[in-house]
Design a protein around this ligand. Sequence first.
Ligand code: OGA
Ligand code: MN
Length: 401
Amino acid sequence: MTRYHVTQTDSRRQASYVIMAKMAASMVESGEDAFRKIFKFYKRRNPPPDFSDVIDFSRGVPSAKVISAKLDLAAVSDTEAARVGLQSVRDWRAFSLQGYPGFIFISNPFLLGSQPFWVRQCLKTYPQKPNVCNLDMHMSPSDTQDIWGKSIHGLSGPPSGKRESKTLLERLRWVTLGYHYNWDTKTYSANHYTPFPDELHWLSFQITAACGFPGFNAEAGILNYYRSDSCLGIHVDESELDHSRPLLSFSFGQSAIFLLGGTCRQDPPTAMYMHSGDVMVMSGQSRLLYHAVPRIIPAPQGHTALEMEGCSLASPLQDSTVLEQMSEQDWAVCSRYIQSSRVNVTVRQVLGPGQSFPETPSQHHRTDAGQTDEYHEGSVDGERPKRKRSSSCDSIDIGET
Ligand code: OGA
Ligand code: MN
C-alpha cells in the first residue's frame, strides 16, 4: 500500500514535472517573459499602445521613480563643455531612476545649434572608411567608399517611396568605430581596430567625467540607424572586457521608446522616451541590464526642428571647438534624413587601464542569454548574423518591419 501510494505520488509528481517542463519549454519558445511581453506591447501598431506609463524626462521630474541626479560640477569647465557642443554642466537636467543604481539620463545637454554637427558626423563622416558598416557585408569597398556622396542627390529629390531604389544612406543600418564589434563572435579584437574619432571621444570624456567617471577612454562605438518602423531587440551589452566603465548612448532625430529591464528577462522593464540630444549613461549596477528599443515615434511637434534649426542661431564657433561649420547643402541632407529617422550612438570603453585582449577568443560577449532573441536580425542590408526567429515577434531587427 505504502509502496503503491509512494509510487503514485511519484508518478503524479513526475507528471507535474513534465507539465512544468513543457510550460517552461513553451515559454522559452514563445519567449513570453515579462520583458518580451512589454516589448510587444510597445511595438504593437494596431491598436496603438497606451503610452501613459512612459517616462518623459524632458518634462522635469515626471514620475515618483525619477530622482534628480547629482553631477560633478567641477569636473568639466564651461569652456570644455562648449568645445564639444554641451551646455554648462550646471544647466544639465540629469536624472536617475529608483531601482536602477548607476543609470543616469541627461535630458538634451547640447547647446542650441550643436546637434546638427553631431548628426552630420553620424551621416557623413562616421560611415566613411576605415569604419565598418552593414553595407560592406555585400558590397565592394569601392561601392561603399562614398555613401554620403552617392546619396545626396537622391535625398534631395522626392521621398524615397516614389523613387526606384533607396539611397545608400537610407540602407545604412549600423556603423562600428574603434574596436569593430564582430557580430558573429560577439567580441572585439586587437587586430580589428581603427582610430576612434577624437571629437566623439572628447564628448564622451566630458559627459562621463561630469557623471563621476574621470579618465573614460572611448574605444568602440556602434551607430544604429533607425527608420520609423525599426526596432532593436532585447539584449545586454557585455562584450566589453571592463564592465566598471560606463556605456554612453546618444540619440538624434526622431524619438524612441527605450525599455530598461533587470538582470534577467523576468524583470519587467521601465519604459522611457529618448528624444533628440538625450544622453544615457549606464554604469555600476545598471551597466549590464537588459534593454531594448521597441518603437520609434515621431519627435514631439517642433522638437527636432527647433533643436536642429538652432544651427543657424549658433554663436560663432570658439577657436578650440571640435564643432565645424556646416554647409547649407550638408544641413539640407541631414535635416531631411532625420525628419523620418533616428540615429543612436553608443560609446564604449572596452579595456580597463593596462588591460589587453586575452589570447584565446573571449568568453565575454554581448548576449541574449540563449533566448530566441536577437540584437538586430539581418534585414535586407542588415547583415547581422541571423538569429533564431521568435514565433511571437518575427521582426525584432533594425530593418523594415
Ligand atoms: C545599443 C543600444 C539603444 C538605442 O546599440 O547597444 O542599446 O537607443 N542602443 O538605440
Ligand atoms: Mn545596448
